[in-house]
Design a protein around this ligand. Structure first.
Ligand SMILES: *[C@@H]1O[C@H](CO)[C@@H](O)[C@H](O)[C@H]1NC(C)=O
Ligand SMILES: *[C@@H]1O[C@H](CO)[C@@H](O)[C@H](O)[C@H]1NC(C)=O
Ligand SMILES: *[C@@H]1O[C@H](CO)[C@@H](O)[C@H](O)[C@H]1NC(C)=O
Ligand SMILES: *[C@@H]1O[C@H](CO)[C@@H](O)[C@H](O)[C@H]1NC(C)=O
Length: 718
């Protein structure tokens, strides 16, 4: 199969490029649509998350890729043209190898692809790293593999072989990595795993159980060979002979596993696919029971799953092109092309924090549950205030994911294992152990999480029409609504989601969340009392001014006596999204005026008056409540951070926004690769739920609903 990726993506030469430098006629590397901090290569779940820092693209033929947390991973791609080998990626010791560096011309990211154009002697090639995002297709979404397509785009009768290898670092513990090779018909699979692996254990965030895979099949025009062994030796065999089949594998720690396609004479174009992945049959420990990838209901063995993954390439590819295009168009229409760039870079990362699973024993697809890792802060499982900031992307792409992520928590609460009067912060201290907190010692965030849970539950019901699910847990939700009624005016000293900022009593933004949460429960239950109390709280904090300064220029950080303090009051966003009208339009207008320029640093508005750092997810939430001019300022500031070339981590949702406290602005702080970037979809979410239609191919168990929620008109107008 052969596609011209750039034409298919409709990108061609129209895209504005980041920079062109001219040295003689030497055309230098360009980035499209813009320079990101890091390119996602294979990003599908918390343990398959491989990136290429953008400052390594210039020297791509030499550059290692990285795990999201920063560990180096060996992954090379080498092409042999008329007997001369050229590295396209990942050969650090190129000088001594007899392999030449290819020239890198162009780098590009879309929502689902990272593409690099290179030339190797007379031949032009594109590396396409494709990680599908297909949340309505549970099999496709749950497969823990990613595609690397190496496409020859220009060749005039050249003799071509294409090679890729990965090393033992992918297994998480290189010195104890062991290797196995399997062939099933024409499918070749290398496996790497940690010897004597202990299920559910991590080393520096990498999985230490399960198995890394590198697989491929001959395309009808190629023949495939495989080899495992010492790094330089294996590459040398390929460089010299273009074929790996005549050698015997002898794996040892520090080695590589490799696959090579011989395409023979290529007259115009050709392409080959590799699959890279990380499979954990025992994916999640949910309350002592093993949960496994959803796809295993249909493809129980690894080779069946890999084989299907390769079979599915064409469908997945065409879906991804439609999706990438539609997301770009919708993001541009919702705000700007800069906003579309932010969405494109956020998409794989948002789903890359999640596993979609079913029970390992029954493989019953009716029991599907999703698990999300709080990457880079503490590794908690299904943190409510991670699902909360991320939820706009689920709302836009497939709102069922709100239920899929909450259901593991609701089952635990429903089992009566959590005894505190407010809801739990997360379902386990460290991924993938979703074992609850029977010791009642989860991080306490009483108002934060009660408000989040009620708002998320209503968002799900509104977006899907499914009220059976909220009805099923109505008593539990009511308990938390009552907790908010009793505890959200005189608020005890406590943390909010931004725990790095420390605890506060009477934090206005929590009071706002509580008012909206109470009203959400009123809406969900039809019990008018709660709607009235939610409105009364909003009246107290806004109309009566308890949560504002005297002149009503802004919401204060803390009440009653801190008129000069302020915090981004992002908790008001779901009030608008869900059309609850807890707060009046004037409350949005007030924030809009206050945040237009007045407290804006070099890279936007910090979280509150005490901090120099901003949270990108919350800022996009708040931006969704603004008029166009202020909203554009917020979008432009986040885009400026994303593209400033000063950092090379996966998209960070926390960064220094202002130099006011002496730190260099535009640099990330602590947070890498977090799925909370799903919150960047907040502005697009105002178009209504499931507004992206190119992902409509539904392959998931249907829910038989007894009645439907009547979706209200959305009031995204201010
Ligand atoms: C490759 O397979 C396709 C579809 O099966 C076929 O149309 C084409 O002729 C084949 N090409 C070669 C070179 O065998
Ligand atoms: C395997 O080991 C032998 C003996 O050490 C060595 O000569 C050969 O190059 C090795 N092959 C590979 C593929 O590493
Ligand atoms: C998960 O299922 C596989 C068979 O599909 C089985 O070999 C394995 O023991 C199961 N693991 C657990 C923990 O039940
Ligand atoms: C919090 O606000 C309430 C209501 O205004 C007030 O009664 C209480 O004293 C405040 N608590 C603190 C610690 O300031």
């Amino acid at each position: 199969m052969l596609f011209n990726l750039q034409n298919a993506l409709g990108l061609g030469s129209l895209c504005a490029s980041a920079f062109w430098l001219f040295g003689g006629n030497d055309q230098r590397l360009t980035h499209h649509p813009v320079l990101p901090p890091s390119y996602p290569l294979a990003v599908r779940n918390p343990y398959l998350s491989t990136w290429m820092p953008s400052d390594r693209i210039e020297r791509l033929p030499y550059s290692n890729s990285q795990f999201w947390a920063g560990q180096e991973l060996g992954w090379s791609v080498i092409v042999r043209v008329n007997g001369q080998a050229f590295s396209l990626m990942g050969v650090p010791d190129l000088e001594t190898s007899g392999i030449l560096p290819a020239k890198v011309h162009r780098a590009e990211f879309t929502a689902t692809h990272s593409l690099f154009d290179l030339t190797a002697g007379p031949v032009s090639l594109t590396l396409d790293f494709f990680s599908p995002v297909s949340p309505s297709n549970y099999v496709r979404q749950s497969l823990p593999f990613s595609y690397l397509t190496v496409q020859v785009t220009k060749s005039y009768g050249d003799d071509i072989q294409i090679y890729s290898d990965i090393d033992g670092r992918w297994a998480g513990r290189e010195h104890s990595a062991v290797q196995v090779f399997e062939q099933h018909d024409d499918l070749a699979i290398h496996f790497l795993s940690v010897e004597d692996a202990v299920p559910y254990t991590e080393g520096n965030d990498m999985a230490l159980w399960g198995q890394v895979i590198l697989a491929s099949r001959p395309e009808n025009v190629s023949s495939l060979s495989a080899l495992a062994g010492e790094r330089q030796t294996v590459r040398k065999y390929f460089a010299e002979g273009g074929d790996l089949s005549s050698e015997g594998s002898n794996w040892s720690s520090g080695g590589v596993v490799a696959l090579a396609h011989d395409l023979g004479t290529v007259d115009s174009g050709a392409s080959v696919n590799f699959a890279v992945g990380y499979e954990r049959k025992e994916a999640i420990n949910y309350l002592g029971e093993a949960y496994t990838g959803y796809y295993r209901a249909e493809y129980p063995t690894t080779h069946e799953a890999v084989s299907f993954f390769l079979d599915d390439y064409e469908d997945a590819f065409w879906e991804s092109l439609d999706f990438d295009r539609e997301l770009k168009t919708s993001g541009t229409a919702a705000a700007s092309s800069k906003y579309a760039d932010i969405l494109a870079l956020s998409t794989r990362q948002a789903y890359g924090g999640i596993d979609l699973t079913i029970p390992n024993e029954s493989l019953d697809t009716e029991e599907v549950l999703a698990f999300i890792k709080e990457l880079s802060s503490d590794g908690n499982v299904n943190t409510i205030d991670v699902i909360m900031p991320a939820f706009p992307i689920y709302w836009v792409l497939d709102p069922d994911w709100i239920r899929l992520l909450l259901e593991p928590v609701m089952k635990y609460l429903d089992a009566g294992r959590w005894h505190l009067p407010y809801t739990i912060h997360d379902l386990g201290s460290h991924y993938p152990n979703a074992i609850g907190h029977d010791d009642q010692k989860a991080e306490p965030m009483p108002i934060e999480e009660c408000g989040n849970l009620l708002i998320l539950a209503l968002a799900y019901a509104q977006a899907t029409g499914d009220t059976d699910w909220t009805d099923q847990y109505l008593d539990i939700f009511q308990q938390y609504a009552d907790y908010l009624v009793d505890n959200s005016i005189n608020i005890a000293n406590q943390l909010s989601s931004n725990d790095a900022a420390g605890p506060l009593p009477n934090e206005t933004n929590l009071a706002i969340k509580a008012a909206v949460g109470i009203k959400a429960f009123g809406e969900m239950s039809g019990i008018h009392y709660y709607s009235r109390v939610g409105d009364e709280h909003a009246d107290l904090f806004f109309n009566q001014g308890l949560g504002t300064d005297k002149d009503q220029t802004h919401f204060v950080l803390e009440y009653p006596d801190f008129p000069d303090s302020w915090k981004t009051p992002y908790n008001i966003y779901p009030d608008l999204l869900l059309g609850l009208d807890t707060f009046p339009t004037e409350a949005h207008k007030m924030s809009n005026d206050f945040f237009s320029s007045s407290v804006r640093g070099e890279y936007g508005v910090p979280l509150d008056n005490r901090q120099d750092w901003a949270k990108s997810d919350w800022n996009m939430w708040l931006a969704g409540t603004f008029d166009q001019a202020t909203r554009d300022e917020f979008v432009d500031d986040l885009w400026a951070f994303m593209t400033n070339g000063k950092h090379n981590w996966p998209f960070s949702d926390r960064y220094v926004a202002t130099s006011a406290r002496g730190r260099e602005p535009g640099k990330p702080v602590l947070c890498r690769a977090r799925p909370t970037v799903g919150g960047h979809f907040a502005i697009l979410a105002l178009n209504g739920p499931a507004s992206i239609t190119s992902l409509s191919t539904t392959h998931k168990p249907g829910r038989k609903l007894s009645k439907m929620y009547i979706v209200k008109e959305h009031s995204s107008e201010l």
